[in-house]
Structure formats: C-alpha cells, structure tokens
Design a protein around this ligand. Structure first.
Ligand code: SF4
Ligand code: SF4
Length: 443
C-alpha cells in the first residue's frame, strides 16, 4: 500500500473544499426528512425506495433501469469530456483516503507512513481509523435502516443481548472499510474497480485529464544538464497516491487527483516557470495553445443519449400515479350463473398507496367487450371504493355481475377494464384489464 507524501497547492485546496461538502452530505443525508419522511432510503425488507417525498416499489423497476442507464451514460459523457474526475474528486475511495491520511499525518506528523514511526502513535492512528470506519459504516447502513430507529434500538435494554440485524452489517462494513483504507487503498483502484477500466477506455486524446507536458518537459535534467524543463525532482512521483509516474503517459492507475500537478507547480514555481503537469488534453500537450475540443462525435452521442434518458425519466415521473394495483380472477370461486340469470365473476386484488396520506380510490368499469352493462359489487358500498392508509396496502375483493345479452353468450371470454381513481387527486388513475368468463354449462 502506498502512503504518498502530502502536498499543498491550488488543486489540493479545491479538493479539500469539495470533500468538506461531500463528507457531511454523505453522513447526514439519511437523517434529513421531507415533510416528515426520509429524503432517501432503500428499505429492503419492505421493498420500498424513498426519495424526496416519493415512494417507489419494485413494480416500478423501469425507474431503476433508467437510473442505472443514466448513471452509466453520465460516466461515459463526463469521462469523455473531463477524464476521471469522478475518481479524483468524488469517489468515496479517494475521499476516505484523504481523510485517513489526514488522521495519520495529524497524529504522526512527518513519521506517518515511515517504518520508524512510534508504535504507540501507530496504535492511536489505527484506533482512530477503526472509529472513522465505524462512523462511515453506520452512515452507509442508515441509507437502508432508519437512523432514528437505530438510535432507539441502541437505547433498548435488549440491544446487547439480541442485536438487530443492522448491527451485523455495520460490523461487516466497518471491517471492510478499515481493511480497505489500512491495507488496500490504491490496489483497489488499480486492480478491482470496474469504473477505472471503463473510464480509461472512454477517454480519448481530447479528454481533459491530468497530463504531463512532455514537449516542454522532455528530455529531463540529467547529471546537471537540463535540456527540457523537467528537473527530474521526482516530486510528482512521491506525492502520487497510486504510485505511478505521470510522465510515462496515460495510466490506468491515475485517478486524476491532481497531486502531481500541485507538486510540479511548486518545483516549476521555484524556476519561475509554469507547471508541466495540469488538467489539459493530450492533444493540447502535443499542440501548445490548441483549445479543448468539447464537441466531438463521442461527446455528442453520449450527451444525446443521456438527454434522452433524462427526458424519458422526467416524463415518466411527471405522469406517475403514486399507487400500484393488482387484480386477478379468484382461483377458488369459479364464474357462476346466479338465480335471475345474472353471471358473476370473482376477483381478488391488492392496492398499494404510495403517498403518505390515507386515500380513497373509486373503482369503475371503463371498457368492456360485453354488450350488457356490468355492475361492481364491493362490500355492499353504493360507490365501489377502496380506502388505504398512507404508505400502506389493502387487499380487496371484487365481484363483477352482468345479465348477458344473447350476443354476449356466444363468446366464452370477455375483457373488462377496471379503472381505479384517486378521489383526492383524480389525475392519479390506473387501469386493470381482467377476463370475464361466461359459464358454458347447460347452454
Ligand atoms: S499521476 Fe497525478 S493525478 Fe494521477 S493519481 Fe498520481 S498524483 Fe494523482
Ligand atoms: S514534479 Fe515536475 S519537474 Fe519534478 S519530476 Fe515531476 S514533472 Fe519533472
């Protein structure tokens, strides 16, 4: 594992500023409430996803698909334009590495990362690393379990005797984060992270990335003879958190953190020159003074696809009814003819209320292949309706009855569309089409 040398500079300060926003955002987001409900939570046991006052269910899996496709396309689009900016500036692996390094340096000073660092100091560093890993793991778990309930769990007397399941997951993620930060770090970026591979393939010679100006820099200074501007101070090498040499060209290990750019700015500053390493494209390094080509086939294709996905998601969200209903023919009670000549079919249904208030849905027949009128029998109510508690679900039973006309009797299976409409917001409606069977016995 590489413990790189600390470096100050403009990029380092900017990244600290970004991390100062990202870390609290990550830690406190699950605590935020939107009208009393979580801003974000994936409740796996209840199979619900809460986002900004909305509840999504697995039945709306197309949103998940759009989200994943959108994330993939964003990665392609931004990587094509600005290289591995995600890795260097926002990836939790990088952000936590900086945090853990800061702890190490604060406790051990210049001895941090050195073999002769005092044992007691190292023990304190590892203790603090484990504590931060625990906080990080708790924050991660609170995206899946209610953090307020987690606190209540801790207060209960049975907590230590029979811990809730989230405790085991917290233990697992604490150990994983600690092991990653204390022993793995850049090895994960280099050998395990799939995004690193993806992003390297997505870049081209016009992508803005951390690049070495080889035209100015080479050939490097050797034995006091300087031909190019690079003084061969190797500061860019020793500050690199992944232990690579940016002067060798694009490397899958480079996370675009810009530490080498800050390092070179220091060295070159002493010589009164501009840094040899910075955020520019390979083509700009080849042709000094060339401007960045933002618009090119790749960026246009990825940008267009991303825009299509965003528009589709927006349209679907706008037209979304916060409900889910299912209606199926009763498997036990078969369609039957009742005294008086009416035919009845029986159905079982379930209605999910994806709002946080108690709502009532009226049920009506919107379409039918029967010529005769269809009556809905639901628990003896005048207007067939279903009432469901906020964020709840309700099973219901429907009987459809008709006095079939002669033409209706010629067809065995008819189709009836039932419409469920939210009384409070009639825009929220859902149609369910069910089969209606005419019993053939004795006809
Ligand atoms: S080469 Fe530079 S930008 Fe890339 S990881 Fe190393 S220090 Fe960061
Ligand atoms: S920091 Fe700059 S001058 Fe020093 S070795 Fe690296 S590229 Fe050369």
């Amino acid at each position: 594992m590489v413990i790189s040398r600390h470096i100050t500079g403009k990029i380092r300060s900017a990244r600290y500023a970004v991390e100062a926003v990202l870390i609290p955002f990550y830690l406190f987001l699950p605590w935020l409430r939107w009208e009393g409900h979580p801003w974000i939570r994936l409740d796996i046991p209840a199979r619900k996803f809460y986002l900004l006052g909305n509840i999504f269910t697995p039945q709306e899996g197309y949103f998940l698909h759009l989200f994943l496709i959108g994330m993939g396309l964003s990665l392609f689009f931004f990587t094509t334009l600005i290289g591995r900016v995600w890795c260097g500036w926002a990836c939790p692996q990088t952000v936590f590495t900086d945090l853990f390094d800061w702890i190490g340096r604060t406790v051990l000073g210049s001895k941090y990362g050195k073999k002769d660092a005092p044992t007691f100091g190292k023990a304190i560093v590892h203790f603090l690393w484990i504590s931060v890993s625990l906080v990080g793991a708790l924050a991660w778990i609170s995206y899946f379990a209610d953090p307020y309930e987690m606190i209540n769990d801790i207060r209960t007397s049975s907590f230590w005797l029979s811990p809730p399941v989230w405790v085991y997951f917290t233990g697992f993620f604490t150990a994983t984060l600690y092991a990653d930060m204390a022993f793995v770090r850049e090895q994960f970026c280099k050998y395990a992270c799939p995004y690193a591979r993806f992003q390297t393939v997505m870049m081209d010679a016009d992508s803005v990335n951390v690049t070495y100006d080889f035209k100015r820099g080479e050939p490097r200074r050797k034995a006091g003879v300087q031909e190019g501007d690079c003084t061969a101070c190797n500061l860019c090498l020793v500050v690199c958190p992944t232990g690579i040499d940016i002067r060798e060209g694009v490397n899958v290990g480079c996370i675009a953190c810009g530490k080498c750019a800050d390092a070179c700015a220091k060295t070159m500053g002493k010589e009164g020159k501009k840094t040899l390493i910075g955020y520019f494209s390979e083509n700009q390094a080849k042709r000094p003074g060339a401007s960045i080509r933002w618009i090119r086939p790749r960026s246009v294709v990825y940008g267009t696809l991303l825009a299509c996905v965003l528009i589709a998601a927006f349209v679907l969200l706008y037209g979304r009814a916060p409900m889910y209903a299912n209606v199926l023919p009763d498997r036990i009670i078969q369609p039957m003819e009742v005294p008086g000549g009416a035919v009845r079919n029986f159905y079982n249904g379930n209605l999910l209320n994806l709002t946080f208030e108690k709502r009532t849905w009226n049920v009506s027949v919107s379409e039918s292949t029967l010529r005769s009128p269809v009556r809905i029998l639901m628990g003896g109510t005048e207007v067939p309706s279903i009432q469901v508690e906020g964020n709840g679900s309700e099973n219901f039973r429907i009987i459809l009855e008709t006095h079939p006309e002669a033409e209706d009797l010629l067809i065995h299976t008819h189709k009836i569309s039932l419409e469920l409409q939210d009384v409070l917001n009639p825009k929220n409606r859902m149609k369910k089409t069910v089969p209606f069977l005419i019993p053939q016995t004795g006809r």
